[in-house]
Design a protein around this ligand. Sequence first.
Ligand code: MTE
Length: 322
Amino acid sequence: MFIRRPPRWVMPERDATPESIFLNRRQLLGATGIGLLAANVPSTVRASNYDTSPEVAAELYPARQNANYLLDRELSPSRDVLTYNNFYEFGSHKDIWERAQNLPVKPWMVKIDGMVAKPIEIEAEDLIRKMPIEERLYRHRCVEAWSMAVPWTGFPLKELVKLAEPQAGAKYLEMRCFMKPDVARGQRQRWYPWPYLEGLRLDEATNDLAFIATGIYGKPIVKQMGAPLRLAVPWKYGFKSIKSIVQFTFVDKQPMSFWEQLQSREYGFYANVNPEVDHPRWSQATEKPLGQNNRVPTLLYNGYAEEVAELYKNMDPSKIFY
Ligand code: MTE
């Protein structure tokens, strides 16, 4: 359950590093020039850290934790989180983290366009530097019924919306992933409607919870998790949280997202988590947290009802939970 007060339990060092240690490490970093390492991650995974410039890594990570976004559960072990991924651009199975290392992420140009005051194109690190960076502990519930609890670093999506100055007629924000079939071999599979695309209604995009992750476990985000910019909307099924975004476009029509194009009966636009609305092929009542052998009950809006239920109060429930 999501709460708004600091947790009483102590986070194990293997899962998260307290800020004081982060800060000491940052000083150490300055002295040694060595990247931050998360405990308990295989060395091969460590090598996969997003190759951000060392100055940006030292300047921004780890970020101060926002005490409004904590959890009542332990964080998932980083080893599991960093090696069990969905990133269909690199294959339709979970073991893609090594392949994802082929993705060149620097420079990474991002377009912010569509119905905005002035379209811009900006390099990801320049964008990140303009934003208020903080750490938030979020839950993540995949539609496939596995889940995780992770410390993201990043900035509220509403800050990007503010920067863009959308026109009055803009109603949705469409987000597009890269298209690079030379390195992302999954994109050679022509039956998928590449590039991966997702969308949010503008009031969803400006909800406090909507977050752009640029880091994880106190350091720059790894490629397999969506470097350099990845959406985190924890009240929705995980497929809404698009990775490696290259374009934010403000539009007046509801975007048709990647999975919706493939199978609209199973993957709708809203995709809000609800344990009482089953996927056509399996139950959504429980989930399996990464790194655990048990299942736990799934919560309405993944535990964030207090923050987001208001967004849907006048809507037909049959439209918002699939
Ligand atoms: N973004 C892109 N570009 N490609 C994808 O295949 N998969 C989605 C989402 N974002 C996906 C994506 C799905 S189905 C899930 S559950 C989450 O990413 C998984 O995020 P993780 O691998 O960081 O846990």
